[in-house]
Design a protein around this ligand. Structure first.
Ligand SMILES: O=C(O)CCC(=O)C(=O)O
Length: 255
């Protein structure tokens, strides 16, 4: 991408809180990434710590839902996270160097994939300043039926985070409590697209995805989290969050 295009991208990102490249990668590159992912699931996933691999149904391996930190466990995905155009896009969007944090796999298995609750990624990150982006790459066609991403355009501009609470969705423990205002509805934009569709969003943007109600199509994607080089973990906010969560779990008799 030329410097001019990167400048356009940064302007659109600042205005809307996200950018969409449809597609970022062509069919050959997507076939390569999908083949590498199949290899990863067969060979590497079984060696990962159990707390980094989620299933919709733990007794059924075909219901794989999420994996964390793929770039820590595999050279192909490390390269994609650290030395690809995706990192350049993250740096351009933030206006500062992007530091790789987490490469995640997000699936919604056919018929049983749960909704992604409306949330703001930065609520989970505990950064000061909260300078961070997430890239999202569709590995197959996505639409309303199998749970494409929706953004509330411009919602990053309000600053800070709206109240979140327990969502009961594995992998997305926190969801917005007050989602669905007139403003949320008026500014919601859906992102259906083919394999290779790439979205990148600011850590303040409100976003969500529906369940997968397709009887036979999965909804596979990769998520690329980068922090800006100026971002620091806010240890006090992180500790307060942990204490709050533990108190809730204790009150519910879960721990
Ligand atoms: O894939 C999804 O449904 C959600 C992804 C997401 O919320 C994110 O990458 O921040």
């Amino acid at each position: 991408m030329s410097e001019l295009d990167m400048n356009d991208l940064a302007a659109g990102f600042a205005r809307d809180g996200y950018v969409a490249l449809q597609p970022l990668f062509d069919a050959d590159k997507m076939a390569e990434i999908n083949a590498e992912l199949d290899r990863y699931i067969a060979d590497v996933m079984p060696t990962m710590p159990v707390e980094e691999v989620y299933f919709e149904n733990r007794d059924d391996r075909s219901t794989l839902k999420q994996m964390q930190k793929l770039s820590v466990y595999d050279a192909y995905f490390r390269e994609l996270m650290e030395n690809s155009v995706i990192r350049d896009l993250a740096s351009a969007a933030m206006g500062e160097a992007a530091v790789p944090q987490n490469l995640q796999y997000f699936n919604k298995p056919a018929g049983i994939g749960q909704p992604t609750p409306p949330h703001q990624d930065g609520y989970y990150f505990h950064l000061s300043p909260c300078k961070a982006v997430t890239g999202w790459l569709a590995l197959e066609p996505v639409d309303e039926e199998n749970g494409c991403i929706h953004y509330v355009r411009g919602s990053h501009k309000a600053g800070g985070f709206r109240p979140h609470g327990r969502s009961n969705v594995l992998g997305f423990s926190q969801g917005l409590m007050d989602f669905g205002t007139e403003d949320d509805k008026a500014n919601t934009v859906a992102f259906p697209g083919d394999a290779g569709t790439f979205l990148m969003h600011d850590a303040h943007i409100i976003h969500w995805a529906g369940p997968n109600v397709s009887p036979d199509r999965s909804r596979r994607a990769l998520g690329f989290v980068y922090f800006g080089e100026s971002a620091r973990i806010d240890e006090a906010s992180k500790a307060a969050y942990k204490a709050r969560l533990e108190a809730e779990l204790r009150a519910e008799g879960k721990i």
